[in-house]
Design a protein around this ligand. Structure first.
Ligand SMILES: [Zn+2]
Length: 338
């Protein structure tokens, strides 16, 4: 994906966000829609406007939708009124449901349902392949929904030379052939010509002896790191235990781990971000933003707790990888912040 474009303007909508992106030579519109369960009138009108706009601009549209609706056409086990309304909307708008299989997209201790649907217009239905619900822990009650978007882009290949793989015998042969016999230059233009010739010979010899290689770009997202990977593994283990044992205690541990690892709980940094707290600073020390890493590793007001649970007053974020998740949860509970 290159050149991401700005958001597509959707007036008066808190529950829809859409962006236009350029992939290869085409533009696509990707939308996230939340059809609130509390709202008697989900934002179908705004969704309709977006659908019409994409249609008039011949743009492929893919919508990831938390629909809160049940209909067997959406792979739910039953049908409710919202499901019927939604299906009518989809039919009248010429939209397709891309869901495959019956694996739940929403999993809690009490409910396991398909309430998330992926919708596309006729310009993009055939481009979506391998739609599936991931088994990966998502840090939400909703599971990750993954699919491949077939585009007309050629794979992004990077060209490079690796000097360590230079064939030096070829380099020497080429250089001695091209550099010519040394001639003592007497004037400034002669010096410049000699330098130019030598440079050209060196570059040519290098290009001949160290061929260009092609590598696919494997650049990851900048915010991902080994600590997050380790934390996700811990949460995955708790999720699997909760699904296997189905006890309240195991579900509580999993939910606690979710709040702890995402920082989406009662921590001030998150509450401040979503406008529910005027202050993002730590309630205990007031010196830093109150997020998971601060509390787990750095907050000076809980060094005694940290010592008791981990045997150290302070931790580096990477230390969390080595600590069993039950211990991390016990420490988190002891701070009273989560
Ligand atoms: Zn603090």
């Amino acid at each position: 994906m290159n050149k991401p474009r700005g958001p597509v303007s959707i007036p008066q909508s808190r529950d829809l966000v859409a962006i236009k992106v350029t992939i290869g030579r085409r533009c696509y519109v990707l939308c996230s829609a939340y059809l609130s369960f509390e709202s008697p009138n989900p934002p179908l009108r705004q969704l309709m406007e977006l659908v019409e706009w994409c249609k008039s601009n011949n743009l492929p549209l893919i919508i990831g939708c938390d629909a809160n609706a049940h209909h067997i056409c959406c792979r739910s086990k039953d049908i409710n009124q919202r499901g019927l309304d939604l299906l009518e909307f989809l039919n009248s708008s010429g939209l397709d449901i891309l869901n495959r299989g019956t694996k739940p997209t929403f999993v809690t201790r009490n409910r396991q349902e398909v309430i998330d649907i992926t919708i596309s217009n006729s310009w993009s239905s055939h481009l979506v392949k391998n739609w599936h619900v991931s088994s990966e822990v998502s840090m939400s009650d909703h599971r990750y929904i993954l699919f491949n978007l077939e585009t007309d882009t050629v794979s992004e290949e990077r060209e490079y030379r690796n000097p360590k793989l230079t064939v030096w015998s070829t380099y020497r042969d080429s250089l001695s052939r091209n550099v010519g016999l040394p001639v003592r230059p007497h004037t400034i233009p002669q010096i410049e010509t000699s330098v130019e010739n030598l440079t050209r010979a060196v570059v040519h010899a290098y290009e001949q002896s160290c061929p260009v290689r092609k590598a696919r770009s494997r650049q990851g997202v900048p915010w991902w790191n080994p600590e997050l990977l380790a934390l996700r593994k811990k949460a995955r283990a708790l999720f699997n235990r909760a699904m296997r044992k189905k006890t309240d205690a195991d579900w509580d541990s999993y939910k606690e781990a979710q709040r702890l690892l995402t920082g989406h709980g009662r921590l001030n940094k998150h509450l401040n971000t979503i406008g529910l707290s005027p202050d993002s600073r730590c309630r205990l020390c007031g010196t830093s933003d109150e997020d998971s890493v601060h509390v787990l590793c750095h907050c000076p007001r809980v060094i005694v707790n940290r010592h008791k649970h981990f045997g150290a007053g302070y931790l580096a974020p990477e230390d969390i990888r080595e600590i069993p998740v039950d211990k991390v949860l016990a420490f988190a509970r002891s701070t009273g912040l989560f």
